[in-house]
Design a protein around this ligand. Sequence first.
Ligand SMILES: [Zn+2]
Length: 252
Amino acid sequence: MSTFGNHSPEEWESVKKRFNYCCAECGIEESALIFQSNSQFSALTRDHIIPISKGGTDLINNIQPLCISCNAKKRDHLDLDFSPEFLAPIVTLHSESFQEIRPRLGKVVCTSCPADPLHPGHLSCLLESKRYGNSLVVIVNGDWFLTNKKGRPFMPLEVRSQIVAGIRGVDLVVPFEIEDDTTVCEALKVIQPHVFTKGGDRTDPTNIPEWEVCEDLGIEIITGVGDSKVHSSSNLLEDWYHRRINLFMEQG
Ligand SMILES: [Zn+2]
């Protein structure tokens, strides 16, 4: 989504000054926000008076200061505008849509991504995968896969697929759900990509569960794609959970 115009940090400062460094909605002072949370991140946030998704600009005359909670409440009232032309199609493997789109994809790179939640490791793998072909098809792992892996999914397959569909460079999203299957072999058999990529922490191709099916179908496997740093969705959630518990304990 392109945004018309932008504003400078100085202009933002002058708008906050015009509002006496207070939230335009509830009137709380910025200094109080920072004091309460002990963090600069909880300072006043830039709110687009007319949202960008509704054609608003990023110019300073469309900006007002809101505290985070007022800004979030405002977002609740907006029906988010997912303009379909910016999203990759989401199709199931045996659908007519898939049959129709597949022949038009050129050299196909395929990768699988749980995106639960999406982290920089997933993102770097997706962005780099695109370099190995003309089109990037992303298999989004099913809810059963995540239940098996970490107890339960954080977000359902439908939502995770929508998020992946919004990533630049992704051409097709395939939600993939087969119970009792921890691999994406069945998806690869239908998609028949030229290349199958695996994220940064996988290095030996013969170790991946899809190795044999790739051998049979002549699919090139490229491992170690994207950021080699270890990112873990499960760790992110664990960490959040424990901080949350600690926060409740402190508050008594
Ligand atoms: Zn407020």
